[in-house]
Design a protein around this ligand. Structure first.
Ligand code: FAD
Length: 304
C-alpha cells in the first residue's frame, strides 16, 4: 500500500537548496564536484559555498562559486564572514563575487578569532555586527540577494532567545531577504521559533537547515558546539551502530526524510540541506520528497 505522506509530499511544490564547503585537496575537489553533478539536476533554488573561519577559505570559496557559475545552471550563493577583516577587505570579496556573476551572498558574522566559545571582538576597521555587514553589502550591491543565519535553539553566545530575535530582526531590517537556520532535530524548536519571529515582525522566509546524520558521534560533538540539542530518540536510533556505517547510512536517510516530511505536513516548502559535500543521503531524502533529476538539467552545455 503506498505511503500517503510520501505521495502527498511528491505532489507539493517543494524547493531545496544545498550547502557545500570548499575543497582542500584535489581528491576533495573531485568528491565535491561529483556531489554537485548528482544534486544539481534536482533543480535546487541555489547551491551555497561556505567561507572558512576568519576568511581562511577566501580563495577556495571564490574559485568554487566561480566554477559553479561557469559549469552549472544553478544560482550559486557565496558565504561571507566579517570577523577579523576590515570593511575594505570584506567589500573586495563582495566585489570579487559580483565580478564572476554571483548574485546571492550568505552574510555572517563568523566565529570569534579565538574559536567557538571565545569572545567576539569586532575588527576596529571592520563591520561591527552582522546587521552592519548586511547594510554594507546592501549599499554596495543593491541587486544582491542576502541570506542570514537563524538559531531556533539559541546561538551559544547569546544571553537569551530574546537577544537572538533582536539580532535576527536587525539583520532583516538592514536588508536580508531570507534566514537559514542552524540544523536541529526536534521540529518543535523550529516551528516555535518561526511563530515567535512572525510575532516580532520578521516576515522573510526562515528556511530550515537540515542535516542527515550519518556519523552520530561526530554530529553530537558538532551539535554541542552549535547549541543544537540531540533528542534521546535520535541517540537511540543510532545505538549499537558505531561500527556499522552501512546501517547508519540507511537510518540516517530514514531519520532525515521523517523530519522533512513532518515539516512538509506543517506547510514548510523550502529546505536547505547541509550536504557535507556528500550527495547520496541528500539525494535519497530529496527522492522521498518527490524530487527527480531532469535530464540535462543542472549542467551548462559544454562550449562548442
Ligand atoms: P549573528 O547572527 O550576528 O549572531 C548570532 C547570535 O549570537 C545572535 O543572535 C546574538 O544573540 C549572539 N551574538 C552575536 N554577537 C554577539 C556579541 N557581540 N555578544 C553577545 N552575543 C552576540 N561560519 C563560518 O565561519 N563560515 C560560514 O560559511 C558559515 N555559514 C553558516 C551558515 C548558516 C546557515 C549558519 C546558521 C551558520 C553559519 N556559520 C558559518 C556559523 C556562524 O558564523 C557562527 O554561528 C557565528 O558564531 C555567528 O555568526 P552569525 O552571522 O550567525 O551571527
Amino acid at each position: 500500500m503506498p505511503n500517503d505522506r510520501l505521495s502527498r509530499a511528491g505532489r507539493r511544490p517543494i524547493r531545496v537548496s544545498f550547502e557545500f564547503f570548499p575543497p582542500k585537496t584535489p581528491e576533495m575537489e573531485e568528491t565535491l564536484w561529483r556531489s554537485i553533478e548528482r544534486l544539481a539536476p534536482l533543480g535546487p533554488t541555489f547551491m551555497s559555498v561556505t567561507y572558512g573561519a576568519g576568511g581562511s577559505t577566501r580563495e577556495r570559496t571564490h574559485q568554487t562559486v566561480e566554477r559553479m557559475v561557469k559549469e552549472t545552471t544553478v544560482p550559486p550563493a557565496a558565504h561571507l564572514t566579517c570577523v577579523s577583516a576590515t570593511k575594505d577587505e570584506v567589500d573586495a570579496v563582495v566585489d570579487g563575487y559580483r565580478e564572476v556573476g554571483v548574485r546571492h551572498i550568505v552574510a555572517l558574522r563568523g566565529d570569534p578569532a579565538g574559536g567557538v566559545g571565545s569572545k567576539f571582538e569586532a575588527h576596529p576597521g571592520g563591520y561591527q555586527s552582522t546587521a552592519d555587514l548586511v547594510a554594507g553589502i546592501r549599499r554596495r550591491a543593491p541587486e544582491i540577494e542576502l541570506s542570514v543565519s537563524a538559531y531556533p535553539e539559541k546561538h551559544p553566545e547569546s544571553p537569551s532567545i530574546d537577544a537572538d530575535f533582536d539580532v535576527l530582526k536587525a539583520k532583516v531590517d538592514a536588508g536580508a531577504n531570507r534566514a537559514i537556520t542552524q540544523f536541529f532535530f526536534d521540529n518543535a524548536h523550529y516551528l516555535r521559533y518561526v511563530d515567535e519571529a512572525r510575532k516580532r515582525g520578521v516576515h522573510v522566509p526562515i528556511v530550515p537547515g537540515i542535516v542527515a546524520v550519518s556519523n552520530f558521534k561526530q554530529t553530537a560533538n558538532f551539535a554541542a558546539r552549535t547549541g543544537a540539542s540531540i533528542p534521546d530518540w535520535l541517540a537511540a536510533r543510532f545505538e549499537g551502530l558505531d561500527n556499522d556505517p552501512q546501517t547508519r547510512q540507511m537510518i540516517a536517510a530514514a531519520v532525515a526524510a521523517e523530519q522533512v516530511l513532518d515539516l512538509v505536513d506543517h506547510g514548510v516548502k523550502d529546505f536547505h540541506f547541509y550536504t557535507m559535500n556528500k550527495a547520496d543521503l541528500v539525494y535519497a531524502v530529496c527522492h522521498l520528497l518527490g524530487l527527480r533529476p531532469t535530464a540535462g538539467a543542472g549542467a551548462k552545455a559544454a562550449a562548442a
